[in-house]
Design a protein around this ligand. Structure first.
Ligand SMILES: Cc1cc2nc3c(=O)[nH]c(=O)nc-3n(C[C@H](O)[C@H](O)[C@H](O)COP(=O)(O)OP(=O)(O)OC[C@H]3O[C@@H](n4cnc5c(N)ncnc54)[C@H](O)[C@@H]3O)c2cc1C
Length: 538
């Protein structure tokens, strides 16, 4: 795999590849070590994608409607060409990629519209209600739950409301340590603007390079530094939202008792209740030091117990993650070395990464306390090399999926969250469900990367030989694993959100009264249902 620049310092990510993850310049074949591993255990078949010009898209939006949109945002901000619409078709789940690679672009928008300010968004929504056109807000396009594939039946068309031009740092309040960010800022852009002020948001999901501030908020995203900075919903202080009923301004104070917190209703709303046009976030000083280490544990169970002890002792480092035995053995913590035989991958056990950020004194104090606790629990300190290698390669993993799809290997990830007392049971149940659905020659890897005093998330990576029809093959496995989560008391999602794909399990998780509440909010805010139809609401 080619060398990647650090996305944290590169605020100008190019447009994502149309049918793969990330920067097109980094698309490439599997490294030799990974190919050998996959060929031996799973088998490979050359499976190229179609030519992008051959992907079948919807018909472009009617010219009269295009002219009306141009009157709202300017003709140069309404695009109907094949390439622009292709790049706004669906998100980046494996089903999304499989469909595009096979030439199916049927969920494409009929036009891509790029408003420049809040008033234009309001005007676009009012227009969409009048014309009964479906509106799909588009942030970074990294959804993995079908959040960008709106239902089109019954609508006069579908537009992608692309927030690309919402790319400013609007305001910084240094006394309160908050900043107002526009929703179209991608992770690296937001961090670069804040870094110029000596600040950081500290939100680094694996999709950081492309995902947007608005997308983070409405999907309740969680980043790799969640132990230190908190998940994105914990970073949001206020929101401005354009809805068909007018503007919602939320976040008049840091915390209050003024009834249910409506910010919580917007976070996780996935474009179904309104379009977020500004987000006030809490910010932290840019850390002077970032340092990473690795630990080895005899088993996943022992490593998870150590994480729980740290969380319940209030001693969490900034980054805390633990790979299970399978993930450790294939070196997924170092994507560029998958399949190679490093000291960590051949010595058995489970790899843990700890990361510390802050002032030198704060980092040293936290590191010393965590080290004493982990060593006392039986962890083996492997020093900084493997931890730093994880940090250097942490945004490279997603490129592997495309290289595997190229050789006929079906790969996808899924995640859940449950209480500590149920973690081991859910871990085993989901693995069994995936192997049961996909067969014994299936590799299931897992890690824990978000922990709480009361529980933790489990993140699974699955790889198996693609069938002649890989889509139904995966959907059956996904359904079995989702059943295993929800039927065993875990959530259908810890941070990927609901979209189209998780709706049946959301309904089971929140029950009929919960579903009624969501439907009632949708009906009052968006009575004609033009906002992201089909997403979120069961
Ligand atoms: C390789 C990969 C790795 C990932 N890793 C992580 C991870 O570590 N942590 C994590 O939390 N997630 C992760 N994800 C999932 C995804 O990145 C998150 O859900 C992200 O928060 C979505 O942001 P986005 O800007 O790309 O949103 P989009 O994909 O553009 O949109 C997501 C949903 O939000 C709606 N939306 C977007 N912007 C707005 C807005 N301004 N107002 C209203 N609605 C809006 C869209 O209509 C859609 O329904 C990963 C995805 C991929 C492909």
């Amino acid at each position: 795999m080619s060398a990647h620049p650090s996305p944290i310092s590169d605020p100008t990510s190019p447009e994502m590849h149309w049918s793969r993850w990330g920067d097109p310049a980094h698309a490439g074949p599997l490294a030799e070590s990974a190919f050998a591993l996959v060929d031996t255990f799973i088998g490979t078949t050359d499976t190229p994608a179609v030519d992008p010009a051959d992907v079948r898209l919807s018909e472009p939006l009617d010219a009269a409607l295009v002219a009306e949109l141009a009157a709202i945002v300017g003709a140069e901000h309404v695009l109907t060409d094949h390439e622009t619409r292709l790049h706004r078709t669906r998100g980046k789940s494996t089903p999304d990629l499989l469909k595009l690679r096979a030439g199916d672009g049927s969920d494409s928008p009929d036009a891509v519209v790029r408003p420049g300010d809040h008033d234009e968004v309001e005007a676009l929504i009012a227009w969409a209600v009048r014309r009964h056109v479906a509106v799909v807000p588009f942030g970074g396009g990294t959804s993995v739950v079908g959040g960008l594939a709106a239902r089109r039946d019954g609508f006069a068309g579908v537009i992608s409301l692309d927030l690309l031009r919402f790319d400013k740092l609007v305001e910084v309040d240094r006394t309160s340590m908050t900043a107002v960010l526009e929703p179209g800022l991608r992770g690296p852009q937001a961090e670069a603007l804040l870094a110029a002020e000596g600040l950081t948001l500290g939100h680094f999901p694996q999709s950081f390079q492309y995902a947007s501030i608005g997308g983070f908020a409405v999907t309740r995203s969680s980043g790799q530094s969640s132990a230190g900075y908190g998940r994105f919903d914990a970073l949001v202080v206020g929101l401005t939202v354009a809805t068909p009923q007018g503007t919602l301004e939320l976040g008049s104070s840091p915390s209050n008792a003024a009834g249910p917190d409506l910010r919580e209703l917007v976070m996780g709303s996935e474009g179904a209740f309104g379009v977020v046009t500004a987000v006030r976030v809490r910010v932290r000083p840019l850390p002077e030091v970032r340092s990473y280490e690795a630990w080895r544990w005899a088993s996943f169970t022992e490593g998870a117990a150590a994480m729980r002890t740290l969380a319940q002792a209030g001693m969490l480092p900034t980054v805390l993650r633990l790979s299970d035995e399978n993930e450790t053995a294939i070196n997924l913590a170092k994507p560029s070395e998958v399949g190679s035989e490093s000291a960590e991958s051949t010595s058995g056990g489970c790899l843990m990464v700890t990361g510390y950020e802050g002032t030198p004194a704060a980092v040293e104090a936290k590191r010393a306390a965590v080290t004493a606790l982990l060593a006392g629990l039986g962890g083996q300190n492997l020093g900084p090399d493997s931890g730093q290698a994880w940090a250097d390669g942490r945004f490279h993993g997603p490129y592997l999926r495309d290289s595997l799809l190229d050789v006929g290997v079906l790969v996808e990830t899924m995640e859940t969250v449950t209480f500590w007392s149920n973690l081991d049971h859910v871990y085993t149940s989901v693995k069994d469900a995936l192997v049961g659905a996909l067969g014994e020659a299936t590799l299931v890897l897992c890690h824990i990367s978000h922990v709480y005093e009361t529980g933790a998330s489990l993140y699974f990576t699955v790889a198996t030989k693609a069938a002649d029809e890989p889509l139904p093959q995966w959907l059956a496995a996904k359904a079995a694993a989702s059943d295993a989560m929800v039927h065993n008391g875990a959530s259908i999602t810890h941070h990927h959100a609901v979209g189209q794909d998780h709706k049946p399990w959301l309904a089971e998780e929140i029950g009929p009264v919960g579903v009624e509440i969501l439907r009632a909010v949708k009906e009052r805010l968006d009575p004609t249902g033009v906002l992201n139809p089909g997403v979120l609401i069961p």
